[in-house]
Design a protein around this ligand. Structure first.
Ligand code: ZN
Length: 226
């Protein structure tokens, strides 16, 4: 069994299209999405339409929750806040309704999936370090917990239980200085996983951000992968 896990698309349609083509080439049987479908990029409706048409089970991210008015915008940086307000205006009522029905977590074969952390997931805490991961290990029973949120592909292993927390990286706004889109292929039967990096048309994503009136910084950072 071969599963693809994607996260943090952030309204980047060219990146999502390239990742879905890669997943198709890899022959994955199922795709899951860890949220932050919208925010930052210029194609929120198109991205949601694609997830709906491919019937990709998705969990809620903090930017998705922010568009729904469930997150205090003061907790976001200025660029994120502007992008949320822009997204809230252009998103169709149907797509807002789709976001509003996303669960906060899901179990999949051998794993839990959640956007930020299995520990109080709606606090949207970040897991960047082993000590942060250690606090989260007792809060899931599966062998794996796949997360997104930091846009940083990394994994943590619990030496006692053998459980793993794996950050799948970001499709639409990588921040590890590699501008290529990132996702994970997970083999639940052998309990193995691998990150996949995918080139995509970054300039097309940037041009859409600029022409839609979003801050140009949100395009520039895609070129840098930061
Ligand atoms: Zn994100």
């Amino acid at each position: 069994m071969k599963i693809a896990i994607i996260s943090d698309i952030h309204s980047n349609l060219p990146a999502l299209e390239a990742v879905l083509a890669s997943i198709d080439r890899e022959g994955c049987e199922q795709i899951y999405c860890l949220g932050d479908v919208v925010g930052y990029g210029a194609h929120p409706n198109e991205v949601i339409e694609l997830l709906i048409s491919q019937q990709i089970p998705t969990v809620l991210g903090n930017h998705d929750a922010a568009v729904l008015g469930r997150v205090d915008l003061n907790n976001l940086n200025a660029f994120a806040r502007l992008a949320i307000m822009w997204t809230e205006q252009v998103l169709s009522a149907d797509h807002k309704r789709w976001l509003s029905h996303l669960p906060i977590l899901r179990t999949i074969p051998e794993a839990l999936i959640v956007h930020s952390s299995p520990l109080e997931p709606e606090n949207w805490d970040y897991i960047f370090t082993l000590s942060e991961a250690k606090r989260a290990f007792p809060h899931f029973n599966e062998k794996f917990c796949f997360i997104g949120h930091t846009h940083f592909p990394q994994f943590f292993s619990d030496s006692v239980s053998g459980k793993k927390i794996v950050n799948v990286g970001s499709v639409g706004q990588p921040r590890d200085r590699d501008p290529r889109a990132c996702y994970i292929i997970f083999y639940p039967l052998s309990r193995e996983f691998q990150w996949v990096r995918v080139d995509y048309d970054v300039e097309r994503a940037i041009a859409s951000i600029v022409s839609s009136g979003l801050p140009p910084f949100l395009g520039d950072r895609l070129r840098r992968g930061t």
